[in-house]
Write a protein that binds this ligand. Structure first.
Ligand code: KPL
Length: 305
């Protein structure tokens, strides 16, 4: 990770929450010279132990965001169902030209979020396959190399280069794309196949490579491809399945985010994953029984705990 070298001082970043991806981004930004602050429900310094991808340990201190200076750059790596609430809470503290980067699994309608912003504020979506987990609340481990895609959802502005540079440091390697939706659908196929099944089976991602899961994974991914294609984002079943199995192999020892949420009794992102597929399928008159079944099973599991 290259340190920040521009002649201009690096603008500070505020990161919402203390999830694994946010802390990974925060650690990498701070180590590269970007002043980095955390927006937490209970503001406090976080003495963070960061294990990088080379398994080197680094000690950092991430300070809480001060409310007396406007937030210029905001990374919102919170769950799909929490984004609107998190942004609404921060609205009074955002600079008039603040740039917000959201990042989550699944797809949720973005229009309500866009409507909260002023015309000069910018909204970006970052989709990442970087893997990180927290073995303890103050320890984040960068456990798998991935990459990220970034798209601007509002009009272009002169500040765009510095956002791209910072997000490259935080979660790169990074590619900038004009339309994030083809990538969101591809990621949805991966999450639909891995997250609910690992949560139900209470297993690591790698276990889904067993042949007994193949028919269900094929049915789930084939429904995503049909719905995406009918929505204007053509997706091919065999290459999508190949990607799913690549991710299963690359993250074989990982516990998916949904497995962890279910085990911890937390709300899951199922509504933005299988729920979104079912919702879109219903609008397009496409049957999506495999997604519907897992949507119901995960909802039942989380309401039962
Ligand atoms: O995105 C993930 C998640 O756990 O939410 C995958 C890609 C399945 C990695 O675990």
């Amino acid at each position: 990770m290259a340190p920040y070298t521009s002649a201009q001082p690096a603008l500070s970043w505020c990161i919402v929450g203390r999830g694994a991806i946010g802390l990974l981004a925060g650690a990498r930004l701070q180590l590269a010279g970007y002043p980095t602050r955390l927006w937490l429900k209970q503001p406090a310094n976080l003495q963070l132990n960061f294990t990088d991808i080379q398994q080197q340990n680094k000690q950092l201190c991430l300070l809480p965001q001060q409310t007396n200076s406007p937030v210029q750059r905001l990374l919102v790596p919170v769950k799909a169902y929490d984004v609107r609430h998190a942004v609404a809470q921060l609205m009074p503290y955002l600079a008039n030209n603040a740039q917000l980067v959201i990042s989550h699994n699944g797809i949720v309608p973005l229009q309500p979020l866009l409507e909260q912003l002023t015309p000069e504020q910018g909204l970006w979506f970052l989709s990442t396959s970087q893997a990180a987990y927290k073995p303890a609340p103050d320890h984040v481990i960068h456990s798998g190399t991935g990459s990220s895609y970034l798209a601007k959802l509002t009009a272009a502005s002169w500040e765009d280069d510095d956002i791209v540079a910072a997000m490259t440091v935080a979660l790169g390697p990074l590619s900038v794309v004009a339309d994030i939706y083809p990538l969101l659908w591809q990621k949805l196929a991966i999450n639909v196949a891995i997250n609910p099944l690992t949560a139900i089976e209470n297993c690591q991602n790698g276990q889904l490579a067993a042949p007994r899961y193949q028919p269900q994974i094929e049915a789930l991914v084939s429904e995503v491809c049909q719905v995406a294609t009918a929505s204007g984002y053509p997706m091919d079943i065999s290459s999508s399945l190949a990607k799913v199995y690549q991710v299963i192999a690359a993250t074989t020892n990982n516990f998916s985010s949904m497995q962890q949420d279910v085990q911890a009794g937390r709300q899951t992102e199922i509504d933005a994953i299988c729920g979104y597929v079912c919702q879109q399928a219903a609008q397009l008159n496409i049957a999506a029984p495999a997604n519907k079944q897992l949507l119901m099973r995960i909802r039942a599991l989380t309401t039962a705990t």
